[in-house]
Design a protein around this ligand. Structure first.
Ligand code: IMP
Length: 436
């Protein structure tokens, strides 16, 4: 497999996350020089296998296992130093070196324990039906501070100890007052202790910190091939997703420009990753959700449990209205369709091709999440197949019904499927050079 010809590439999920981006990135990595995380933080979850042992990464880019790849955590992300340093230490313990192959943006924002606390308390206080089901990693509160500006702290601030101590004292006083006043929180944060802790983190992170924007532009000029690793999925994008049931960053492709400081014109390929069915963790509308034995069967066969929180994922049939909408604002040049093997053994497969909302047929993905919650899926049925697909390696090896299913999804989304996943292992992949 040679992916050198793709040029600078972004890998983006076209659903609600967990589409299998990790496997796609892992396959492409050998042909890329630089791997960039441009949005989100420790809410992301990506499992890698080190020495036969499974290992979940949340903050680190996926290229850390490739000796020649430079891993960049860009300015659009939020960084929890405790999580990041924990991952670095755990990898080092397993003999995976991290040094010159990791760079962290001085512009990224820093997650503090008060962000995590606020995340938990806000969810607890939300009325039934209004809880977002966040990962409790402090992501929303940290991005809220970033955009509010008054109480934000960036990585570069950690490198100026006196200024940082003074700023953190003011921020913590505000946070304590807020947590006490709004949530009647009795325990408060000690600014001096927190400053000591974070300055110690900063010393460990210092060798990795730099201006990643200028670094990436230098590498672009040198002709290095870059892989931008999307976190979460497009439908969790704060601007274009199912607001407010989204994450707090631009997890759609737009995040590459804003988060990494690399203009979109520098991208040659956008790989939209879809799963052969739909899943979602956390709250929010999911029109094709199956709260029945079929949903349970998909969950069991697809091993659909969250990497970050361990929560069982909500499962349903493929929603072509939602995925086509995501394709509109992400612009995939090709699709990677994963977990096709999970659908073996179903007599009939369904694909949602429109919604019925208030008695009307709607073909467009609604902006109003309340309307999406009312949406009943309008399905087209396709014949299933009984064969297990794990050993298929070529397009021709797939049963005719599976090929018809893949073609149907590609037609609906309007982009060619170029890669098909038929199992978790790297070799359980079918490449279709010309696309389906
Ligand atoms: P937050 O990003 O922790 O604020 O969570 C907001 C929503 O995004 C919740 O529904 C989470 O379950 C979801 N979410 C956040 N990160 C991921 C991810 O990496 N995969 C799938 N869902 C995610």
């Amino acid at each position: 497999m040679d992916f050198r010809g793709l040029g600078n590439t972004c890998v983006i999920g076209l659903q609600w996350g967990d589409e299998g981006k990790g496997k796609v990135v892992d396959l492409l990595l050998a042909d890329f020089d630089v791997v960039v995380r441009y949005c989100g933080g420790a809410n992301a979850g990506h499992t890698i296998v080190v020495g036969g042992e499974k290992f979940a990464l949340h903050q680190l880019p996926s290229g850390v296992l490739r000796p020649n790849a430079l891993n960049v955590i860009a300015g659009g992300t939020v960084i929890d130093p405790a999580v990041l340093l924990g991952e670095i230490a755990a990898l080092r313990q397993r003999g995976v070196p991290l040094g010159d192959n990791l760079r962290i943006s001085d512009r990224a924002h820093v997650v503090f324990p008060y962000h995590r606390r606020e995340d938990v308390l806000a969810e607890r206080a939300a009325r039934a039906g209004e809880k977002l089901g966040t990962t409790a990693r402090g992501i929303g509160p940290c991005y809220a501070d970033k955009y509010g500006r008054h109480w934000a702290i960036r990585v570069c601030d950690l490198l100026a100890p006196d200024r940082f101590r003074a700023r953190l004292a003011a921020v913590v006083a505000h946070k304590n007052a807020y947590l006490r006043g709004v949530f009647e929180e009795r325990e408060t944060f000690d600014a001096a202790r927190l400053a000591d802790e974070y300055l110690a983190f900063a010393e460990q992170l210092r060798p990795f910190i730099c201006n990643t924007t200028t670094l990436l532009h230098r590498l672009l000029r040198e002709g290095r091939q870059m892989l931008f690793e999307g976190a979460q999925g497009s439908l969790l994008d704060v601007d274009h997703g199912t607001y407010p049931y989204v994450t707090s960053s631009n997890s759609g492709g737009g995040g590459v420009a804003s988060g990494a400081g690399v203009p979109l014109a520098a991208l040659r390929s956008v790989i939209g990753v879809i799963k052969a069915y739909t899943t979602r963790v956390g709250a929010g509308p999911l029109p094709t959700e199956l709260n029945d034995a079929t949903g349970d069967r998909i969950r069991e066969r697809g091993r659909e449990f969250g990497t970050t929180t361990g929560r069982p994922r909500r499962c349903g049939w493929f929603d072509a209205v939602a995925a086509s909408y995501a394709a509109l604002f992400t612009g995939p040049t090709g699709l990677a369709l994963l977990h096709l093997d999970t659908l073996s053994g179903f007599e009939e497969l369904r694909v949602c091709v429109a919604y019925r909302i208030g008695g009307q047929i709607v073909n467009e993905f609604p902006s109003d999440t309340y309307l999406l919650e009312q949406a009943e899926p309008v399905y087209e049925s396709l014949p299933g197949w009984s064969e297990e697909l794990g050993d298929c390696r070529r397009w021709e090896d797939l049963p005719a019904a599976a090929r018809a299913y893949v073609r149907f999804l590609a037609d609906r989304i309007g982009a060619p499927v170029r890669l098909i996943g038929v199992g978790p292992a790297r070799e359980q992949t079918i490449l279709v050079a010309d696309g389906v």
